[in-house]
Design a protein around this ligand. Structure first.
Ligand code: FAD
Length: 400
């Protein structure tokens, strides 16, 4: 902790970092409301599939790991009916695998929306559950060692120990893509690593922001947790910003598609009007801050091979979520990997024609739209939490 004292602003190499800082509070207040709307709060998923990679994957008996389902009758009929009627349309495209499938353009294995329970996401916040130890480490290790092009923090730093630690006041070089990482890995692989490491960092931030003090039984932010898991590895924090920009870019590109989507749950169209109002604020913010240039990726000689590899790895990550031994962690792991996979598909697979809501109204499943916006909410909330931790650090330092 000694080393986490702020040492001044981080080098400014691109404006995007500051732009994210400047829009996040507005983004968070809007998206926090959006995910409470009926369309975005119900998510159907089969949480109890076999882990396809190993037999023993443990379970979490801690009450904090548990989640409650909602009765299907609470979910607006329309979405239940829509989910069922979609199955026929998708049968031809899917690969033979019970309960889930992918289309060639997908970066994840998707549920077919006919199995699994419904969850009200507003009732099961992602936070500390106590899931940890070898089982949790095996998941992360498998993701990094087998599904991350062999990249890890160690390899990205050329085998050197992490640099001296700072708890940043402002974030200014999140998108320092070119030449910033001291190794010769290609841009696409580094982007992949940032996506994974940023997701891990965001999950850790939520754990630290809503931590259970097991002695007092009280919930609250745990600065020490944040300093050891995030702030003492500045690049992890940068990758949270990186993911946020990537998700914002996907939302920005999807703007017309999302604006044309039908969010009406009640038949009175009230939900539709409210949801679209908030969503249009989120889209405007995304247009300002979602500055990610996807066109520079997957351009070289082996672009297609590399993209298929990228996809295969990410699909594996989405399947590894079935091996997570804590229900709540698995739920949020599935939502967020689906949300990121949707963003990757929008950025790297779909052109403007495909994104046209009039010619391609069934482009995305409801689950993909819900996952994308809920994942953006997770990252925006992480950035809010980072600000609170900065304040806690400043308060603590001033009383020393
Ligand atoms: P871990 O976070 O388990 O990390 C393992 C190792 O990975 C570290 O020792 C470090 O070497 C490396 N590492 C850590 N962070 C990064 C990073 N950002 N980038 C690169 N390398 C890194 N627990 C909860 O309490 N609530 C949850 O909601 C929750 N959700 C989870 C979802 C998933 C998909 C998984 C796999 C786990 C989840 N967990 C959750 C468990 C949690 O992520 C940790 O595994 C657990 O808290 C133990 O943390 P740790 O400090 O031992 O290190």
């Amino acid at each position: 902790c000694e080393n986490t004292k702020p040492t001044g602003p981080i080098d400014t190499t691109m404006c995007d970092y500051e732009t994210v800082e400047s829009v996040n509070s507005d983004l968070f207040s809007n998206i926090h409301e959006l995910v409470k709307m009926p369309f975005f709060k119900y998510f159907q998923v089969d949480l109890y599939r076999d882990c396809p990679f190993w037999d023993e994957y443990g379970s979490c008996n801690n009450p904090s790991c548990a989640i409650t389902t909602v009765d299907e009758s609470e979910v607006p009929l329309k979405w239940r009916a829509r989910a069922l009627s979609k199955v026929d349309a998708l049968v031809e495209d899917r690969h033979e695998l019970p309960g889930c499938y992918y289309r060639d353009s997908d970066f994840c294995w998707l549920d077919d929306n006919t199995e699994g329970d419904y969850y009200d996401l507003t009732l099961v916040p992602e936070r500390f559950t106590g899931y940890s130890g070898p089982e949790a480490h095996r998941i992360w290790r498998t993701i990094y060692e087998e599904n991350c092009f062999g990249l890890s923090e160690f390899s990205l730093m050329d085998g050197k120990a992490p640099a001296a630690v700072t708890l940043p006041e402002t974030m200014t070089d999140v998108l320092r893509e070119d030449g910033a990482d001291s190794n010769d890995q290609c841009l696409e692989k580094r982007v992949y690593y940032k996506v994974i490491s940023g997701l891990h960092a965001s999950i850790s931030t939520h754990i630290c922001a809503e931590y259970l003090n097991q002695t007092t039984g009280e919930w609250g932010p745990n600065l020490h947790c944040f300093v050891t898991r995030i702030a003492s590895h500045p690049e992890r924090l940068q990758y949270i910003y990186f993911n946020t920009v990537l998700l914002l870019r996907a939302v920005s590109r999807l703007g017309p598609y999302l604006s044309a989507y039908d969010y009406c749950s009640t038949g009175t169209r009230q939900d539709d009007v409210e949801t679209k109002e908030i969503l249009s604020n989120v889209i405007s913010i995304a247009q300002k801050a979602g500055r990610f240039d996807e066109s520079v990726l997957f351009r070289g000689e082996n672009a297609n091979v590399l993209k298929e590899e990228f996809k295969a790895h990410f699909r594996n990550v989405t399947r590894i979520m079935d091996c997570v031994g804590c229900d709540k962690c698995r739920l949020w792991g599935k939502i967020q990997t689906t949300g990121i996979a949707t963003a990757l598909k929008v950025l790297f697979e779909l052109d403007e024609k495909a994104l046209n809501p009039h010619s391609n109204a069934n482009l995305l499943q409801r689950a993909e739209v819900v996952a994308l916006l809920n994942t953006l909410h997770r990252f925006s909330e992480s950035l809010e939490a980072v600000n609170k931790f900065r304040q806690m650090w400043a308060d603590m330092s001033s009383t020393e």
